[in-house]
Design a protein around this ligand. Structure first.
Ligand code: FMN
Length: 181
């Protein structure tokens, strides 16, 4: 079931939602590269491009990521052909200072990723509930790197299945206005 919007907006934005139903179909390698390319086109503070990705497409890499998820998410994340861990680098900046905008910019990159996926006929679902501490250890991450989300990417399941899903409601534009006192 689709949200009703007051105006037409970009089709990919209007249609995207976080599905838990993926088709048993692979992600084409060229599409995967295009989807990642789109993510890297996001704007970033000082053009630091702090986003980092780990792409799990082999059974071994997927299993490794699935191990750090909660059973409720693991069940459907396992059905996606590709899992993308989204991280951000707060260090290695042009001025040697901590990059305050890493999370903001990495979020924008994942947004671009999801919309490019949508436009190529794929669907995505990002999760933040995984064991961040243990996964950090798995990657032996430097202190400057933070883990934000794991994105499931794949073709949508048949309409008969996804019909059960509904788009989540949104606050109105008015409700998200900051007001000065
Ligand atoms: C950073 C982030 C973390 C999320 N974590 C989870 C999660 O742990 N489990 C889950 O089922 N969905 C998760 N989601 C999906 C959100 O619940 C979903 O985006 C939100 O309800 C809006 O629905 P929509 O994406 O279908 O529009 C997460 C989304 C984001 C962006």
């Amino acid at each position: 079931m689709e949200r009703v919007l007051e105006q037409n907006i970009m089709e990919e934005i209007a249609q995207r939602y976080s599905t838990i139903y993926f088709a048993d179909a692979p992600v084409d390698e060229r599409d995967l590269q295009g989807i990642l390319l789109a993510a890297t086109q996001a704007p970033s503070a000082y053009n630091e491009q702090p986003w980092r990705f780990f792409v799990a497409k082999t059974p071994q890499d997927k299993e490794m990521l699935l191990e750090y998820m909660m059973p409720s998410e693991r069940e459907w994340m396992a059905t996606a052909p590709v899992l993308i861990l989204v991280a951000g680098n707060m260090g290695d900046t042009h001025n040697g200072l901590f990059n305050y905008w890493t999370a903001f910019d990495s979020g924008c990159a994942w947004g671009y990723l999801s919309l490019e996926a949508q436009s190529r006929g794929y669907v995505t679902h990002c999760i933040g509930s995984f064991d961040r501490v243990d996964l950090r250890n798995e990657f032996q991450l430097a202190e400057n790197l933070e883990l934000y989300g794991i994105v499931a990417l794949g073709r949508p399941a048949a309409e008969a299945v996804t019909r059960k899903e509904k788009q989540m409601p949104r606050k109105s534009v008015n409700a998200v206005q900051l007001r000065r006192r």
